[in-house]
Design a binder for this molecule. Structure first.
Ligand SMILES: [Zn+2]
Length: 247
């Protein structure tokens, strides 16, 4: 993987960090990251991945931009309303880093298409807003031994967790075995706009930590952020013997 002079200049402020260096930048350029959901989380996440030089970014979403998205989905503006999110996002991310390969997928994921979709990526990011898709992404990221970085927001709170399925680890089903009857999401619950920016940016941060093999404290822990109290809380996650994934 070659880094051009122009890229060297563009990423110089991170390359001068000893823990990044030119080797780290090459790792970032060779990495392939897939983002499920181009909503409040996917917007800042994709922007940071492109601006830090991630070589291949996949974006999955079948929704069109709506007026009520604009308070938090910061890639979009009023001119984008009615257009497919992935089409708009692809153009805008490409302008941030024209060296990033942006692959867009405009369909609803299901059991029969998800495996093929994730197999060509190293890190999977979940920024979707429903339990059904979250469980599906969890199950197949585990099956294909990927790194899964998942975030969710509701009201004034957000949470994030990472599972490195290349190793033995609990999975999302260990603490959320089935779809709860009340499926809270931004449409029904409401969400403060900035929490999506914080959590999407934390996902991007953890993607870089994973690519560069930095040891974060995210192993088997979930971080919960309360945006009113400004409090980060860590909760340990453990395996559930009854988990149907037998993770
Ligand atoms: Zn499990």
């Amino acid at each position: 993987m070659r880094i051009s002079n122009n890229e060297y200049k563009k990423f110089s402020k991170q390359i001068i960090l000893k823990k990044f260096g030119i080797i780290g930048q090459k790792k970032i350029k060779s990495s392939k990251v897939l983002i499920f959901g181009m909503g409040g989380l996917g917007c800042p996440l994709s922007v940071y991945l492109a601006s830090s030089g991630v070589g291949t970014i996949g974006i999955v979403d079948y929704d069109k931009v709506e007026l009520s998205n604009l308070n938090r989905q910061i890639i979009f503006n009023t001119q984008d309303i009615g257009k497919y999110k992935v089409d708009i996002a692809k153009k805008k991310i490409k302008k941030i880093n024209n060296k990033s390969k942006i692959k867009s997928y405009k369909f609803k994921v299901n059991k029969s298409n998800i495996e093929k979709l994730i197999q060509n990526f190293d890190i999977i990011c979940d920024g979707t807003d429903n339990f059904h898709t979250r469980l599906l992404i969890n199950d197949f990221s585990l099956k294909k031994k990927k790194i899964l970085i998942s975030a969710a927001v509701s009201g004034f709170d957000g949470h994030i967790f990472k599972f490195d399925f290349r190793k033995k680890t609990p999975c999302y089903r260990c603490f959320m075995p089935e779809i709860p009857s009340q499926n809270n999401n931004c449409d029904t619950e409401g969400v403060t706009p900035t929490i999506t920016g914080v959590m999407g940016t934390l996902q991007a941060n953890e993607v870089l930590n994973s690519i560069l093999n930095f040891k974060s404290d995210m192993g088997q822990k979930m971080i919960i952020f309360d945006s009113i109290k400004m409090n980060f809380r860590k909760v340990s996650l453990s395996k559930n013997k009854k988990c149907k994934n037998q993770c």
